[in-house]
Design a protein around this ligand. Structure first.
Ligand code: PAF
Length: 289
């Protein structure tokens, strides 16, 4: 059913299940990379890693309406399936599942659960319902594909934390791999949304990484409040940008810290609006590892 040297595109869950049954019978390991398409080198680095760690690599391409709180954002989201398939073929990915909505949402079961404080801050506060949508789709893909490992980019730091919580909540036996953010040569975090930036906005966008780098540099002399004030000043002085939030949080609980002694692992998370495009990024400021 699946040939290891070419890409198989599957759109129906019945076909996917038939393929996976054979794979599972043969005792093969499956690596999953869930995506919404518009693939870039960040996604491809996850595919590469999965290929080196699993017998079969499955990439899902599904723009999940349930996680978009703004219908215009959903409408604008880039759709580049043909190009994505070319990139995945070149990378050596074996299977792509690109389903229609009714193939994913067979029933109306709501898998969202009480996320606690990490489900109230940052992205959750600014995009109501977003993580409910993410949990519902990732849970469905995990149930359907039953991967041995699943790969996510750390650019979506809060998403990684929530998916980790979901796996604990539902006791899903998958090994989660959170992989470093891939950046353009000017520091801009790779994101599917970057192609929506106008040339002028694209030229301005590396400011986000510069501001985070400055925050990291100054975190030896300033406290979190000082860093926040400085970054807020930098962004507000930059035409075209509007700051959604900048938070310095405990990397495990995602709760804001007041002092560097409040947690062992501390991350700075930012979301900005640049023109019509919303961009997020983060940087680890303290790590016990
Ligand atoms: O990170 C994304 O692209 C999406 O949130 C995900 C994990 C594919 C779920 O739709």
């Amino acid at each position: 059913l699946i040939e290891s040297n070419r890409l198989t595109l599957i759109k129906l869950r019945s076909h996917l299940l038939a393929c996976l049954r054979v794979v599972q019978r043969e005792g093969k390991t499956v690596g999953l990379i869930p995506t919404m398409g518009a693939l870039h080198q960040g996604h491809l680095s996850l595919v590469k890693r999965s290929l080196s760690e699993n017998d079969l690599t499955v990439c899902t391409i599904f723009i999940n309406p349930a996680q978009f709180n703004d219908p215009r954002d959903l409408q604008r989201y880039p759709r580049t399936l043909g190009k994505d398939l070319g990139l995945l073929t070149r990378e050596g990915c074996q299977l792509v599942f690109a389903p229609a909505e009714q193939e994913v949402y067979l029933d109306e079961t709501d898998y969202s659960f009480e996320l606690g404080e990490s489900g109230e801050v940052m992205e959750a506060a600014h995009r109501p319902g977003h993580f409910k949508g993410v949990v519902n789709v990732v849970k469905r893909f995990f149930d359907l594909i039953q991967p041995s490992k699943a790969y996510f980019g750390q650019k979506d730091f809060q998403q990684c934390a929530i998916i980790k919580k979901m796996c604990l909540h539902y006791q899903i036996p998958v090994q989660l791999e959170f992989c470093p953010t891939k950046r353009e040569s000017d520091g801009l975090a790779m994101s599917s949304r970057n192609i929506l930036l106008s040339p002028e906005e694209r030229a301005k966008a590396p400011l986000i990484f510069k501001a985070l780098t400055e925050a990291a540099r100054n975190s030896s002399s300033l406290d979190p409040a000082g860093i926040k004030a400085q970054l807020e000043k930098t962004i507000s002085a930059s035409p075209g940008f509007s700051l959604d939030y900048f938070e310095i949080v405990d990397a495990d609980s995602l709760q804001p810290v007041n002092s560097w002694d409040d947690a062992q692992n501390i991350v700075a998370c930012i979301a900005v609006q640049l023109g019509k495009v919303r961009l997020i990024d983060n940087m680890i400021l303290r790590s016990s590892a």
